[in-house]
Design a protein around this ligand. Structure first.
Ligand code: SF4
Ligand code: SF4
Length: 422
């Protein structure tokens, strides 16, 4: 392993931050078995309208652009299902972004289940250069295991129609694949399928939820452990991924990718790992030493610490009273982000792959270490195995990069038998 080298980190107050917008709150036209966000509707009164108003939309766009210290400002629209708001909402969003851009470059990414897309949406995305993330868990049988409509009907065909519209209109898209009990043992099928439909940017998200306890009511899922509070309730739902399977899932896909697809297919976790091996801070919150710069704004202007922590105790305020910049730099938010490293158990602090893992997300830290210390990540075994496995390859690719050569050259080295054949 390369030693973790010190990385210059900007002072907290000068760091850019991201705000993921949920303009429909948790409302969605699907009813995926595993969704952790659908039940957030219970945190609002009945008959409540989950829709970002024009006033909040305009304030958000203006404030977010003004608050960013960078020349490029990226908007991320998510849900629930954001396309439920209709195209007009996003046409207006683009107009408002132009109005308030003030010379900055504005980018948009939108995460969708894809089922409501048509040629009109796709043409809009292409024209306005939206990066569209499609939630797709694999081939039909895998995808339909949990991603179902409100009438419990499969959604695969509707998603694929959406993908065809995007392809036909040359709108850029990538895929987000939730890895759980339904696909954790079929990594090859999932990877091939995603490549076959034209995805060249793949994100894999481990599915980990704990069933709710009495204190979690009215929610059916348990809230995340608060960093450092010693929560070691370690039951997981039947649809959650198992650590050993997740490690093997990543390894299997990595083995295919490193032989054939480096430089051609972008798999987020491999790219993030390469950054770590090069000596950079991993560019994804879950693998960074500290986090706290990925906020969420709900449809009503409420702002929360993170998408995984949309609970009343993590509410930072409301956009209509407080600026995004003030909420992002608030002491509570600083402490939230700092806790990611401050509460790491000794096993993580002394771990040889800490530079790449950093204990992953605090939401998943509900195991005890071998010596009984709380705060170990549920996926520890997966990451340890995966990061050890990729180490020789990452060292070679990092070395190539250092010499200003393409990491893709590793594929030639493997073909010539100069790397271990895995
Ligand atoms: S709590 Fe987890 S998902 Fe949220 S910002 Fe921190 S690492 Fe990222
Ligand atoms: S691999 Fe395990 S011990 Fe090492 S940093 Fe990650 S969670 Fe901690």
């Amino acid at each position: 392993m390369p030693p973790p080298s010190p990385v210059p980190v900007r002072p907290f107050a000068a760091q850019p931050f991201n705000v993921m917008a949920k303009p429909t709150g948790s409302i969605c036209n699907l009813n995926c078995t595993y969704c952790y966000y659908l039940e957030k509707a219970k945190l609002h009164p009945d008959n409540y309208r989950h829709q970002m108003t024009p006033e909040i939309q305009e304030r958000f766009i203006r404030d977010y652009i003004e608050s960013q210290p960078t020349e490029v400002v990226q908007f991320v629209w998510q849900g629930g299902e954001p396309t439920l708001l209709g195209l007009k909402f996003f046409q207006r969003a683009v107009e408002l972004q132009r109005k308030y851009a003030n010379g900055k470059t504005i980018e948009n990414a939108l995460q969708t289940n894809g089922t409501l897309l048509n040629d009109e949406w796709a043409a809009f995305f292409a024209e306005n250069k939206f990066l569209v993330g499609i939630s797709l868990d694999g081939p039909r049988e895998i995808h339909d295991a949990y991603r179902v409509t409100r009438n419990n009907r499969p959604s695969f065909d509707a998603v694929m129609r959406g993908v065809e519209c995007l392809t036909r209109n040359q709108a850029e898209f990538n895929t987000l694949t939730v890895v759980g009990a339904h696909n954790m043992n079929q990594p090859r099928e999932v990877y091939r399928f995603l490549k076959d439909i034209g995805s060249r940017f793949l994100q894999f998200i481990p599915l980990i939820e704990r069933p709710g306890r009495p204190q979690d009511l009215p929610l059916k899922l348990a809230g995340p452990p608060h960093p450092g509070d010693g929560d070691t309730y370690d039951q997981v739902t039947e649809w959650s991924v198992r650590p050993s399977a997740y490690g093997q899932f990543l390894i299997t896909i990595f083995n295919d990718w490193v032989k054939r697809d480096v430089g051609r297919v972008y798999v987020q976790i491999f790219d993030v790992a390469l950054n770590a091996w090069v000596g950079n801070e991993p560019p994804l919150c879950v693998f960074r030493r500290e986090c706290g710069s990925a906020l969420v704004i709900e449809h009503n202007g409420d702002v929360y610490s993170c998408d995984h922590f949309v609970y009343p105790q993590y509410r930072l305020g409301n956009l209509m009273n407080t600026s995004l910049g003030a909420m992002a730099k608030a002491p509570d938010q600083y402490e939230f982000g700092r806790a990611k490293s401050a509460t790491l158990p000794r096993q993580c602090r002394e771990c040889d792959v800490r530079f790449a893992c950093n204990g992953e997300c605090p939401k998943h830290r509900f195991l005890s270490t071998s010596d009984g210390e709380p705060g170990l990540n549920y996926l520890c075994a997966a990451y340890k195995k995966f990061f050890h496995h990729i180490d020789p390859f990452m060292q070679v690719m990092a070395h190539l990069l250092e010499r200003q050569r393409a990491p893709a050259e590793i594929m030639t080295l493997i073909r010539k038998g100069k790397m271990p054949q895995k």
